[in-house]
Design a protein around this ligand. Structure first.
Ligand SMILES: [Zn+2]
Length: 257
C-alpha cells in the first residue's frame, strides 16, 4: 500500500481484483516473544503470498490492523484489546469502503485465535450486505496443517500460544526479537477433552479461559523445540498455500474465466 492512489484504483478496477486486509493483535506471548507477534507474522505471510503472485494477479495488501480481541490475555499486562463489537464494526466498515473502491474480492487474513469468531461474523455480515462481491476470512495458520504434521516434534499441546510453531516462525523472520534465554512453555491443561488442545487440534467445544489459568509465563506449548529451520519450512509452505488461494479467489471472481 506504499503506492499512490491511481495505481490502487487501477488495480482494483482489474477483473478479479483481490485486496488482503491482515488482522493482527497486540497481546502477550510469554517471556520470549514480542507482544506484536501475531501482527508481525500475519503481515509477513500476507506480503509473501501476495508478492509471489502479484505479477500475474491484481492483488494488494493493506497495512495490518494491529489490535484484536484479546481479553483473555489482559491479566499479564502488555496487551491492548478491542471489544468484539468494535472489531466487528472496524472490519465491516473497512469492507464497505474497500468495495466502494471497486475490488472484486476481499480477504481478511487473520493472525490471532481470539479474532476467529469475529472474522467469521464479519464475513457473514458483509457477505449478506454485498451479495455481488466476495468477502472471505482465513486464519493463516490453518494453511499450515500439512506441513505442521510433517515438521512438528511436539505432541498435541506443544503448538499453542507462543509454542513450537509461532516461535519457529519468529526465529526465521525476526530472530532479533526472540529472547531465547527466556523461553518457558507449558502444556495447555484443558480439562475438557472436546476443548481446544493445540492450535492444530481444535476441539468442538467452545471454552473461555483467561490464559493465566493455563500458563505462568503466558506462553503455552513447547517453544523449546522451536528452530529457525522449522520456521522456514512453515513459512515457505504458508507462502505457497496463500499464493494458491489467491489464484483461486482471482479465478472465482473473474468474469473472463
Ligand atoms: Zn494471538
Amino acid at each position: 500500500m506504499a503506492k499512490p492512489y491511481p495505481e490502487i484504483v487501477n488495480t482494483a478496477a482489474k477483473d478479479g481484483s483481490v485486496l488482503i486486509v491482515p488482522v493482527g493483535s497486540l497481546e502477550q506471548h510469554g517471556y520470549h516473544l514480542p507482544v506484536a507477534t501475531d501482527t508481525l507474522l500475519v503481515e509477513a505471510v500476507a506480503h509473501a503470498g501476495a508478492e509471489g503472485v502479484h505479477e500475474s494477479l491484481p492483488v494488494l495488501v493493506t497495512p495490518t490492523i494491529w489490535s484484536g480481541r484479546s481479553p483473555h490475555h489482559l491479566p499479564f499486562g502488555g496487551t491492548v484489546s478491542l471489544d468484539t463489537t468494535t472489531l466487528l464494526d472496524v472490519l465491516s466498515e473497512i469492507a464497505e469502503t474497500v468495495f466502494e473502491n471497486d475490488f472484486d474480492a476481499l480477504l481478511f487474513l487473520n493472525g490471532h485465535g481470539g479474532n476467529m469468531s469475529v472474522i467469521a461474523d464479519a464475513v457473514s455480515e458483509v457477505g449478506d450486505d454485498h451479495p455481488d462481491r466476495e468477502v472471505l476470512g482465513l486464519t493463516y495458520f490453518h494453511l499450515a496443517n500439512e506441513v505442521v504434521a510433517e515438521v512438528r516434534e511436539s505432541d498435541v499441546g506443544g503448538i499453542s500460544h507462543g509454542g513450537e510453531f509461532e516461535t519457529s516462525l519468529m526465529l526465521h523472520l525476526h530472530p532479533d526479537l526472540v529472547d531465547e534465554d527466556q523461553v518457558e512453555g507449558t502444556r495447555r491443561d484443558e480439562p475438557y477433552k472436546h476443548g481446544r488442545q493445540d492450535l492444530f487440534a481444535d476441539g468442538p467445544l467452545s471454552v473461555y479461559r483467561t490464559f493465566d489459568e493455563y500458563s505462568h509465563s503466558g506462553a503455552i506449548g513447547a517453544p523449546e523445540l522451536a528452530s529457525a529451520d522449522k520456521g522456514q519450512r512453515f513459512f515457505d509452505r504458508l507462502e505457497r498455500e496463500l499464493g494458491e488461494l489467491l489464484r483461486e479467489i482471482h479465478a472465482q471472481n473473474s468474469e473472463s474465466e
